[in-house]
Design a protein around this ligand. Structure first.
Ligand code: SF4
Ligand code: SF4
Length: 519
């Protein structure tokens, strides 16, 4: 039956075997991944479509914040130092929310890795997604693995030149669109697009597009797996996060070995044979150029394409799927112990019955393996930070204030003997509508406020208008009669409140007077 299976003449470019492992300084060997078919490949197509759509389309989403704030749903407004994310607006002093999100992202990565290994790398990492996209283009113009290998070796004909030019041009267009999409997160996208088209956008926009175009083209088109293997620190870090219960892509050699390309002949000769027909389909589809049958390797990004390839082969030879599968080390060890004889050799008859079906008792993936102390701790901390952030966002102040005392002079003695101090008051109106704030002082008996051009009300407060989403800077003078000043330093409080009810805040300040004020 196995002659229905296509055999591939392929060697693992990045061999996991110590004696075959290439030197770090060896020239790169090209990898020509074959297209895979199966459920993991379909899942990867879906994730690719979703992640690319999010990246390219998000800057074009609109979100109505009224006439005083930008209507771009997600915007990093560097000029005005704001970050807009749909209904959330983050001011610079609230950057801890971004830090919280980064901590959550890190913890989420720890959680996912401890559950399912490098799935981030295999499914959602931008490097993986863009390499996948670039491979789609490559296959479109040059064909699948065999055609691409033949084209690579072929002399330079018009046909080869056309295919190469078309491929690289399309890669460049994707790279430019990728760089272009990035800058739309930092300015109003439709306006910036118009400026780019008319060549009157800021030079930093063109240089950013240029840099991101180059990195996308080089990383996604030319360097591909080398970025993951040599440049990314994550493969090294993730090893510390895996344990014997983490799911990793595993070649189940307890049922695959001894492998044989000529199983019928081997069986006729009375030789033991495992499920692996040594077709190397798993190696041919691997974008990292490794042979998973050599065991877990640093290069493996857990993309599961080898699972799809091998499942297809197993179906064709009438065996159970899952010769390569997501499996935990503890399950693998249990299965291996069950498949071996007393001398430690794998015995196929202990694995399969006479009909070729897997015997009962072998362990397969169970969802409850994901629930263990370590993952629960990660999940608990992740949820706790998330809930704290949501609660904090829901209850945060939208009014901020700060005051700075004049450094020189610290005080002025007026002609009537009273003492005057000067301050710079800053009121942050953190909503997108104008607001009137009353400013008063407490804790300084008999003191009055004096603001250039502002009338004091009967209750000794003044009203200031703060523009929407802006910081109001106001010079404030505080005048106190000497009889109220028993000490050269007096602590008092500025009270700022929204005149239409709602928010109120206070800021402590110090009133300075001459040393002889108490005499
Ligand atoms: S593991 Fe599966 S795909 Fe790989 S060589 Fe063996 S049978 Fe073929
Ligand atoms: S060995 Fe399998 S899971 Fe690992 S990178 Fe290659 S195809 Fe992906």
């Amino acid at each position: 039956m196995q002659n229905e299976v296509e055999n591939f003449n392929v060697e693992a470019v990045n061999s996991g075997l110590k004696k075959k492992r290439p030197s770090l300084y060896a020239a790169r060997k090209k990898i020509f991944p074959k297209r895979a078919y199966g459920s993991f490949r379909r899942l990867k197509w879906i994730i690719m479509a979703v992640t690319l759509s999010i990246y390219y389309l998000t800057p074009w989403l609109r979100w109505d914040r009224g006439s005083f704030a930008p209507d771009q749903a997600v915007l990093v407004d560097l000029a005005n130092r704001r970050f807009y994310f749909f209904f959330i607006e983050i001011w610079p002093q609230e950057f801890y929310y971004v830090a919280g999100l980064l901590i959550m992202a890190g913890l989420g990565l720890f959680l996912i890795t401890s559950v399912a290994g490098r799935v981030w790398c295999g499914y959602t990492c931008p490097q993986t997604v863009w390499v996948d996209l670039f491979l789609v283009v490559e296959r479109f113009f040059e064909g699948d693995r065999n055609q691409r290998m033949a084209l690579d070796k072929a002399p330079w004909t018009l046909s080869k030149i056309w295919k190469r030019v078309a491929k690289h041009s399309t890669w460049l267009v994707i790279a430019i669109l990728t760089g272009g999409a990035w800058i739309f997160y930092f300015a109003d996208a439709p306006t910036l697009l118009g400026q780019l088209v008319h060549f009157d956008a800021p030079s930093v926009a063109y240089s950013t597009i240029g840099i991101l175009t180059a990195t996308t083209y080089i990383f996604g088109g030319l360097m591909r797996e080398q970025v993951c293997t040599y440049m990314c620190p994550w493969p090294r870090i993730q090893a510390a996060m895996l344990d014997e219960n983490s799911l990793v892509v595993t070649y189940n050699d307890w049922r695959g070995e001894p492998r044989s390309r000529h199983q019928k002949k081997a069986i006729a000769q009375g030789l033991p044979v495992g499920d692996c027909v040594d077709c190397k389909a798993c190696v041919a589809v691997c974008p990292m150029g490794i042979d998973i049958r050599q065991g877990q390797q640093l290069e493996c990004i857990t993309c599961a394409l080898c699972i799809d390839a091998c499942n297809g082969v197993m179906e064709r030879v009438g065996r159970d799927r899952g010769l390569i599968s997501y499996a935990t080390l503890s399950d693998y060890n249990a299965n291996m112990a069950r498949a071996k004889d007393a001398e430690g050799h794998i015995v196929p008859s202990k694995v399969r019955d006479a009909t070729g079906k897997l015997r009962d008792g072998f362990v397969h993936f169970r969802w409850r393996e994901m629930v263990r102390l370590r993952t629960l701790i990660y999940l608990g901390i992740w949820l706790l930070i998330g809930l704290l952030m949501v609660a904090s966002l829901a209850t945060r102040d939208r009014l901020g204030a700060a005051v700075a005392h004049d450094r020189n002079p610290l005080y002025v003695r007026l002609s009537d003997g009273s003492i005057r101090n000067g301050y710079t008051l800053k009121i942050s109106n953190m909503v997108t509508v104008p607001r009137d704030f009353s400013v008063s002082i407490s804790g300084l008996t008999g003191a009055t406020l004096e603001l250039p051009g502002v009338v004091m009300r009967d209750d000794r407060s003044v009203v200031l208008r703060a523009e929407p989403d802006r910081v109001l800077t106001q010079r404030v003078l505080v005048i106190a009669p000497t009889e109220a000043l028993a000490e050269p330093r007096h602590e008092f409080t500025f009270v700022i409140s929204d005149v239409n009810g709602g928010e109120r805040t206070t800021i402590d300040a110090v009133f300075e007077a001459p040393e002889d004020v108490a005499r």
